[in-house]
Design a protein around this ligand. Structure first.
Ligand code: EPU
Length: 420
């Protein structure tokens, strides 16, 4: 199992490009199951999770083709099975995203029930109940969600008890081919949901309200092929900006979208960063100064994203002052805190809040990554530490950050991958 070895103390400087958004690419790849025509998906990030989704399509008999520009063309007309096996679902929970499309187009689906994970119990009850409201017959048996429908799904008025990103995506995809109109209230407003909606509209779906908490989808008889380019990854963007702020650096990130990062950019400004933006770039300059502590609370978009919480904890760990960070989306997303304390941070967990007292410097230590964003936060902690940090279990990071050590090297960091 590879590890990342980081020698801290370098202030990040330079320019990098941001990849396509993982959490938009995954549902978009799943949506290709909704048509027998070819869908070309461009700007896919090179990540393990994307490979897993392509493998999942492959194991159902679909043969995605990767062209010389690493775009993927999917034609699902060769599909033979409507099943997502446990072996793949256990490595990637987002496999649940094939449930809605399979059910809507083929009238049946068997998807292994995802279990809990390092950040919380993460049930999928709302995906299931919404599809049941649309007429699906669903049982959970032998560890599998077994779903079927006689004829087409039916449009329904659905109220989501909790804002759920993949839940909204699953139901929206299913509704595109349902008979009649589906209204999803308390829908997720995340930019990735909007990106999926835009792709579905390009395939011929009739959707309105994307980006608001009420989505209206009028079912059509069929969807068609198209070419779609995945939007930039806002979490990757934010992660590099925080790394630069923590190291008192000056960087420019290109091929990104400042308009979907408002909550994060505003917190970085509070931390003392000088931020400039253009249509597709963001420049952050700390002018060599130590960041100031910030307090924040995670919540669904447009509030501060849970996927950036761990990285801000790392920033606060070396900032001037004390900041509190409250996690409201997942119940167990503070695993990075104990590792940071082993590096000399002063962080106390109080229920769903952490109180972070900034220290002058962290000290490198061997640490263990527990999930994707926690891994990113430990890398940031390593970048601001004296001496050497070794981050173990970095397979988490490869699921969601494309070439992270190369991009950090481009910004001047001393980081390398070492086989164990
Ligand atoms: N929830 C339920 N029942 C459901 C669905 C969700 O109780 O049926 C709860 C969850 O347990 C959680 C909350 O609702 O407490 C929100 O979860 P959500 O369903 O929105 O999360 P998700 O769709 O499984 C996506 C991202 C996550 C991101 C969250 C929140 C993808 C593939 N994953 O997960 O991304 O943290 O939304 O924004 O889009 C990551 O990229 O590192 C990551 C974890």
């Amino acid at each position: 199992m590879d590890k990342l070895l980081i020698k801290g103390g370098v202030s990040l400087q330079g320019e990098i490009r941001i990849a396509g958004a993982k959490n938009s690419a995954l549902p978009i790849l799943a949506s290709t199951l909704l048509t027998h025509e070819t869908v070309q998906v461009c700007n896919l990030p090179h990540l393990f999770d994307i490979t897993t989704m392509i493998e999942l399509l492959g194991c159902m008999g679909v043969e995605p083709v990767i062209d010389e520009k690493l775009n993927v063309e999917v034609n699902s007309s060769t599909i033979k099975h409507f099943s997502a096996p446990y072996e793949l679902v256990k490595t990637m929970r987002a496999s649940i995203l094939v449930l809605g499309p399979l059910l809507a187009r083929y009238g049946e689906a068997e998807v292994a029930l995802p279990g809990g994970c390092a950040i919380g119990s993460r049930p999928v009850n709302l995906h299931i109940s919404a599809l049941q409201e649309m007429g699906a017959d669903i049982v959970v048996e032998d560890g599998y969600i077994k779903a079927s429908v006689d004829g087409r799904l039916k449009g329904a008025h659905i109220f989501m008890d909790i804002v759920t990103v993949t839940g909204t995506e699953n139901v929206m995809m299913a509704a595109t081919l349902a008979d009649g109109v589906t209204i999803i209230e308390n829908a997720a407003r995340e930019p990735e949901v909007v990106d999926l909606a835009n792709c579905l509209v390009k395939m011929g779906a009739i959707i309105s309200g994307q980006g608001s908490d009420t989505l209206t989808i009028t079912g059509v008889q069929e969807l068609f092929g198209c070419s779609y380019s995945v939007m930039p990854d806002r979490i990757e963007t934010g992660t590099y900006l925080i790394a630069a702020a923590a190291t008192r650096g000056h960087i420019k990130v290109k091929d990104t979208r400042p308009d979907i990062l408002e909550a994060v950019l505003s917190k970085l400004e509070q931390a003392g960063a000088d931020i400039k933006v253009g249509d597709n770039w963001i420049e952050l300059n700390m002018h060599g100064k130590r960041p100031k502590s910030v307090s924040l609370r995670t919540a669904p978009y447009p509030a501060f994203p849970t996927d950036m919480q761990a990285q801000f904890t790392a920033l606060n760990a070396v900032a001037d002052g004390t900041g509190s960070i409250t996690e409201t989306v997942f119940e167990n997303r503070f695993m990075h805190v104990h590792e940071m304390n082993r590096m000399g941070a002063d962080i106390a967990v109080e229920g769903n809040t952490v109180i972070v007292k900034g220290v002058d410097t962290l000290k490198g230590a061997p640490v263990m990554a527990t999930d994707l964003r926690a891994s990113a936060s430990l890398i940031i902690a390593g970048l601001v530490s004296e001496n050497e940090t070794i981050v173990d279990r970095i397979y988490h990071i490869d699921r969601g950050y494309e070439c992270i050590e190369e991009k950090l090297q481009l910004l001047g960091a001393t980081i390398r991958r070492v086989p164990s």
